[in-house]
Design a protein around this ligand. Structure first.
Ligand SMILES: [Zn+2]
Length: 76
C-alpha cells in the first residue's frame, strides 16, 4: 500500500508512540500498532486501533492523574 501523503513511500506495519494533549492531562500510549511510511514517516492507525485508543482515553479521564503513560498491549 502506497503512502497517501508522499505517494512514493510504502506503508509498513510498525508500532508508534501515541501522544495526546487533552484538557485533563497528557496521555502517552506506547507500542501502538500502526502503518508507517518508509519515506516520509507518516503514521496511520486503523479504525479498530483508533477505537481502542478512544476507549483508553475515556478510561483515563476518570483517573485524577495529569500524565498517563501506558503500553498499548497491556491496556487494549
Ligand atoms: Zn509517505
Amino acid at each position: 500500500m502506497n503512502c497517501l501523503i508522499c505517494k512514493s513511500g510504502t506503508l509498513r506495519e510498525a508500532t508508534n508512540t501515541y501522544f495526546a494533549n487533552l484538557k485533563y492531562g497528557y496521555v502517552i500510549i506506547e507500542n501502538v500498532p500502526c502503518l508507517k511510511c518508509d519515506q516520509c514517516g507518516e503514521v496511520i492507525y486503523s479504525a479498530s486501533v483508533m477505537e481502542k485508543i478512544d476507549n483508553m482515553l475515556e478510561q483515563m479521564q476518570k483517573i485524577t492523574s495529569r500524565i498517563f503513560i501506558v503500553d498499548y498491549a497491556n491496556a487494549a
